[in-house]
Design a binder for this molecule. Structure first.
Ligand code: ZN
Length: 183
């Protein structure tokens, strides 16, 4: 049997239907008629660079516990993309980066996510593991643990970055990632 869903406003049962004037199914409250929209989530992050090395984090949380990733996480209400990326980087590496330009956008439509990654400079000498990362470490291109990276966007971003680094030119690019169905 289908799981019952409830209205976040009044607690009554909701039903799936297409609201008048709309073109797709939403969870609609049977009592107060509130329509519960569900839209993609924005994940913000950075590529923290210092002297041609990139600061990566070893994940201390699921999914992909123990795998290396770029610092990032969900954008919060009230934040700009850049502010969110700065905050997530601080939360995962304990360092306050100098934010640079937006560098890459990844659409992941199958899981309703959009990733937005900014370039960033690591300007302080202090960085460390946090409750969200087991280890934080700088990697040069030849040291990147390619087989131990957490998500498809991480190797894609790193490969593009090291190509652009050699040209010292960092154009914004947009990508779409097809996710395999996880069973
Ligand atoms: Zn309601």
């Amino acid at each position: 049997k289908k799981k019952m869903k409830y209205c976040s406003e009044c607690g009554s049962e909701t039903e799936k239907k297409i609201p008048e004037g709309d073109n797709r199914e939403r969870d609609c409250c049977k009592e107060c008629y509130l329509i519960h929209y569900s839209n993609p989530k924005i994940i913000v992050g950075t590529i923290p660079v210092k002297d041609e090395s990139i600061l990566l984090c070893k994940r201390a949380i699921e999914p992909r516990y123990g795998k290396w990733t770029l610092p990032g996480g969900f954008l919060e209400n009230g934040e700009t993309v850049s502010e969110g990326a700065f905050r997530e980087t601080l939360e995962e590496t304990n360092t306050e980066v100098e934010m640079g330009d937006l560098y890459a956008i990844y659409n992941v439509p199958q899981i309703n996510q959009v990733y937005m990654l900014h370039l960033a400079k690591v300007v302080a000498d202090d960085y460390s593991a946090t409750s969200e990362s087991l280890e934080v470490q700088f990697f040069q291109e030849k040291e990147i643990p390619w087989d131990e990276l957490a998500f498809p966007f991480v190797p894609m971003t790193l490969k593009n970055f090291f190509i652009d680094l050699k040209k010292d030119h960092y154009p914004l690019t947009t990508h779409t990632i097809e996710r395999r169905k996880e069973s």
